[in-house]
Design a protein around this ligand. Structure first.
Ligand code: DHB
Ligand code: MG
Length: 229
């Protein structure tokens, strides 16, 4: 068994289970042609996020790290007609690509792409008294994972779902003395979650077209009233 098998299995499941959404594959091609790093989630992972958001009945979704909008589109398609998604992206070129992709996918009316440093955007959303989010996808620069997680918790509704991408990193997450800021950022957020009584969390290792990686899945158990006390 090898990465080739993982990719072939992804293709097999993708063709059968994500067939109707195959047009979304073109988003990944557009992103590659625009020179974006190949960090989009896979088709099946996008559908996984979409299904999680639907199970949660998410009306308001926050995404930290838009890239070219591939996961944005999957998540936006999980919203009811009056739902909305806020997505944060530091790179204005990536944000432009994402905007065009969201327009083509017909979801732009429900999506707000906010360009700038994500911590600043999160701070502003909080200061503006933004309505709480019921689903948060953290998929930006990994070194800031703890900050993003703290903000996610602060902006989340009771019962919200928080997903963090890329927490396995080909097994590098095991390296406690790693100098890689991404590995350190992942380990730091796992530590943080392990000590945080307001979430129940698990981690899921994945293989597939994007190699060996994984997600953290957390459920926010606090109520806002509890958090305020
Ligand atoms: C990286 C970031 C991602 O969001 C991803 O899905 C894969 C890799 C990275 O920074 O290496
Ligand atoms: Mg990612």
């Amino acid at each position: 068994m090898s990465d080739t098998t993982w990719a072939d299995v992804d293709d097999y499941f993708g063709a059968l289970l994500a067939g109707p959404e195959a047009e979304l594959r073109s988003v990944v091609d557009v992103n590659a042609a625009a020179g974006l790093p190949p960090h989009d989630v896979t088709l099946l992972q996008g559908k996984f996020l979409h299904i999680l958001a639907r199970i949660r009945g998410a009306q308001r979704i926050l995404e930290i790290g838009t890239l070219g909008g591939f996961s944005t589109i999957w998540l936006a398609r999980a919203l009811p007609p009056d739902g909305s998604l806020v997505t944060l992206e530091v790179n204005s070129d990536y944000a432009s690509t994402a905007k065009a992709n969201c327009e083509r996918a017909g979801v732009i009316s429900q999506v707000s792409i906010q360009v700038g440093d994500a911590c600043e955007s999160l701070s502003r959303l909080h200061a503006d008294g933004v309505d709480p989010f019921d689903f948060v996808f953290i998929d930006a620069d990994k070194r800031n994972n703890v900050r993003y997680f703290r903000w996610a918790l602060r902006l989340a509704s009771a019962g919200a779902v928080i997903v963090v991408d890329n927490v396995v990193r080909n097994g590098d997450v095991l390296d406690e003395s790693s100098s890689d800021p991404s590995v350190r950022g992942v380990r730091a957020v796992i530590d943080e979650m392990s000590r945080e009584s307001e979430v129940v969390a698990t981690a899921l290792q994945t293989v597939g077209l994007k190699g060996y990686d994984g997600f953290v899945l957390a459920l926010v158990s606090h109520s806002r009233e509890d958090a305020a006390q």
